[in-house]
Design a protein around this ligand. Structure first.
Ligand code: NOJ
Ligand code: NOJ
Length: 483
């Protein structure tokens, strides 16, 4: 039996991402297609500038070069994992550089694991610490901690490297640094998996670092880490751990069902709110973190993927809420007269403007680009299935998308004109969100964290590394699913 599959297939496809893959759909669209190609290169360049900067430790990743108002010059576990995922996904561009970068990151992360901090001691509760100084020193001030999505996302960022090293004769590095069955766990992936397996049920702070409780975003990341971790543990000759991780994955999946609110008709961001901000600051519990969780950690064919009607209903509710929320969304056409989707933020009641939490929240690039990715991913999924069930939960979305009454149609299938119209509309909507992000992007492709809800200018942390990672993810997914 061949255990270590060949993962390098498709490398050339990735290479084509920089020189432009598909041809523009029409002349009017060529500027969008060109921009996407250019923005891919710029995003990758900026990501590399954020990794191991001159005054940061090797393998650290700055969330942004901004050092005050706000100070984001730290290594966040979440942001860096999402960045490393893209470095690895685009490795075909420069395999040696990508691998070296992930190794540096892995070694820096091992240092983080081995550092006592205010979330707890090394290799234990300390793994929930959300961020470290760029030197690797612990962050010694108050913060919303722990944030337990971090270790799960880090596992997901590194499994590809570990697999690859096992296949290419570098087992020693893996056994020494990434994974051995030995307990207590002192290797990077193993320690993160053990942490997730034993702590997923604990309340922690959400990805926005504001609310302590149980969060859909955190849980789905933990589910995926356990599910992938189980497969990997088996390959690493650690069958008992594999069974245990698999069992935890099942329990986590069951717990995700509880986030559905049938009265609100969407998935709630948080349950069992126990601390942090006042619950009244997010009374709706409606949050883009659901969509981000699905994109970062969902798996095709499993519940809570892009085509799950509960996810569709949530996404639809979010788009409508933000469309209404921000003044800039009244402009629905760009300078060429082409449609722009609504700018998307974190949650409707958000008050964080980059400096204070009593201002007015704004749309974010990474949220708007996530919506573009969501639509094109959903398109790819429906196209691959050749059909879609229209349920009472997802019907309002499909009716608005197609402008048709679908009350008599429970299922749309390939060949049916309405199904074709759905696929086209999803692609068009995705492009409309990309035009929105492009519209607010600065000269030279700069993307900060936010852009102002009234005048549209960039705001908060400049050159947010995660903004660029979200663009690269969108680009990858679009390449597979866009005609
Ligand atoms: C800084 C956090 O990074 C941000 O997400 C949050 O909204 C504010 N602090 C307020 O808690
Ligand atoms: C604030 C965001 O809310 C959080 O998600 C992120 O990790 C940090 N900024 C760093 O970018």
């Amino acid at each position: 039996m061949k255990i270590w599959g060949n993962r390098s297939a498709g490398a050339w496809v990735l290479f084509c991402l920089f020189v432009g893959g598909s041809l523009p759909a029409s002349a009017a669209e060529s500027s969008l297609e060109n921009w996407i190609v250019t923005q891919t290169g710029r995003s990758m360049d900026r990501i590399y500038l954020a990794i191991s900067p001159p005054d940061g430790a090797l393998g650290s990743v700055m969330a942004s070069p901004s050092r005050d108002l706000p100070n984001y010059y730290f290594h966040w576990i979440r942001d860096s994992a999402l960045v490393m995922r893209e470095v690895w996904a685009f490795r075909a561009l420069n395999p040696t550089q990508a691998r070296k970068t992930l190794i540096d990151y892995a070694l820096f992360s091992r240092g983080n694991q081995n550092t006592d901090n205010r979330s707890g001691v090394a290799f234990d509760g300390g793994l929930g610490e959300p961020k470290f100084e760029m030197s690797g020193a612990p962050y010694d001030h108050d913060w919303g901690r722990p944030q337990n999505d971090g270790p799960a996302l880090r596992v997901l960022a590194l499994l590809g490297l570990a697999d690859d090293m096992m296949m290419t004769g570098q087992q020693d590095f893996v056994y020494k640094n990434l994974y051995t069955p030995e307990m207590p766990a002192r290797t990077l992936i193993k320690a993160d998996l053990e942490f997730v397996a034993h702590h997923w049920m604990d309340p922690s702070f959400d990805l926005w670092e504001e609310v302590k409780g149980d969060h859909f975003y955190t849980r789905i990341a933990q589910w995926r880490a356990m599910a992938e971790g189980a497969v990997f543990a088996k390959k690493m000759n650690d069958p008992d751990a594999a069974a245990f991780y698999g069992q935890q994955a099942g329990l986590i999946m069951d717990s995700l069902d509880k986030f559905w609110s049938s009265s609100k008709n969407y998935l709630l961001a948080t349950r069992n709110w126990v601390g942090g901000h006042d619950p009244q600051e997010k009374a709706s519990l409606l949050d883009i973190s659901i969509v981000l969780g699905v994109l970062h950690s969902g798996r095709s064919g499993s519940p809570f993927y892009v085509d799950d009607d509960r996810v569709i209903a949530t996404m639809n509710e979010l788009v409508n809420a933000f469309d209404y929320q921000y003044a800039i969304n009244r402009d629905k056409l760009n300078d060429e007269g082409l449609p722009m989707g609504p700018a998307i933020g974190r949650y409707p009641e958000d008050h964080y403007d980059g400096e204070t939490t009593n201002g007015l929240g704004n749309p974010w690039f990474l949220c708007t680009q996530a919506m573009a990715e969501y639509f094109v991913r959903l398109r790819g999924e429906l196209k691959a299935h050749g059909q879609v069930n229209v349920t009472s939960i997802s019907r309002p979305f499909f009716e608005a998308l197609t402008r048709q009454n679908l009350s008599q149609q429970r299922r749309l299938v390939s060949g049916d004109p309405t199904f074709t119209a759905v696929l086209q509309a999803l692609q068009d909507r995705s492009d409309a969100f990309i035009r929105r992000a492009k519209f607010h992007t600065g000269d030279g492709g700069h993307q900060s964290e936010q852009f102002n809800r009234v005048h549209g200018q960039m705001q908060s942390a400049r050159d947010l590394t995660w903004s660029y990672a979200s663009f690269l993810s969108l680009r990858r997914i679009r390449e597979k699913n866009h005609d």
